[in-house]
Ligand binder design. Structure first.
Ligand code: IPE
Ligand code: IPE
Ligand code: MG
Length: 247
């Protein structure tokens, strides 16, 4: 049951994406190690995933680890990878119980073998679920993804499978790792930073951006609902004027 009566269930975004930020600062505020912040952030992942599934949102994409995050201290990177394996293992039964399908985008080959194996197993085990699709962005960056897409398209042109004149937005969309996933209507970033940090650059061309000061481990079910309500109060004009939308 959705307890937040402000939410209009007929005006839900199909795809919500979150830049989960602020774990390190949350831990530091408590005099704890950054890794404790990452561990504490798992609860927020669980709450937001369940809230999205209950609402009937079709896609939730979570930015969990960026290409640039590989440059963090080895100890932190190792702990994040360990946490990822553990969390996927622990949560797979809940995903199945809630009819949630898991997917992943990013340069997955660059992840540790154990991670790839666990991730692939969870993707396989949840493949048939048709409620929410939870997409984890891992070792992901938008510039990496765009370059990969350009390489694919260039190869198709070289092999005469495609004419240069045929290249359009659809062809480009299909060459991205998010092929078959609608572009997000709403992007949430926690922790007060107001930047995109190399996330979904192509796909967020017309996405509504929602920034909140809340640090990721404090971002709960109600905070997720607040973001949905904020989104629902916006007028998405796509270049037109208000009067054209109502007529
Ligand atoms: C987000 O929290 C998690 C990842 C990037 C993996 P941070 O670790 O970036 O936390 P802050 O921004 O340093 O507080
Ligand atoms: C963005 O957060 C990446 C993820 C949330 C996974 P960062 O904390 O890495 O981003 P910057 O460095 O503040 O831009
Ligand atoms: Mg950060």
């Amino acid at each position: 049951m959705i307890e937040d009566k402000r939410i209009d269930l007929n005006k839900l975004p199909k795809h919500v994406t979150i830049i989960m930020d602020g774990n390190g600062r949350w831990a530091k505020n408590k005099g704890e190690h950054r890794i404790f912040g990452h561990q504490s952030g798992v609860k927020s992942v669980r709450e937001c995933t369940e809230a999205a599934a209950e609402l009937g949102i079709k896609y939730l994409t979570l930015y969990a680890f960026s290409t640039e995050n590989w440059m963090r201290p080895k100890e932190e990177v190792d702990a994040l990878m360990e946490l990822l394996v553990e969390t996927i293992l622990d949560e797979t039964p809940t995903l199945n119980k809630n009819n949630i399908r898991l997917q992943a985008i990013g340069n997955l080959k660059s992840l540790p073998k154990k991670c790839i194996a666990q991730l692939q197993q969870a993707i396989d085990e949840t493949r048939k679920n048709n409620g929410l699709t939870l997409v984890l962005a891992l070792s992901y960056s938008a510039k990496w993804e765009i370059i990969e897409a350009v390489k694919k398209i260039a190869a198709d042109v070289k092999e005469n499978k495609l004419n240069i004149e045929q290249i359009n937005e659809q062809i480009f969309d299909d060459a991205l790792s998010t092929q078959n996933i609608p572009h997000p209507e709403l992007l949430i970033r926690t922790s007060g930073e107001q930047r995109i940090s190399n996330f979904l650059l192509w796909q967020i061309a017309y996405t509504e951006l929602y920034f909140t000061e809340t640090l990721w481990p404090d971002f709960n079910r109600q905070a997720f609902f607040d973001a949905i309500v904020d989104y629902q109060n916006r007028e998405r004009r796509f270049g037109k004027i208000s009067e054209q939308l109502t007529s």
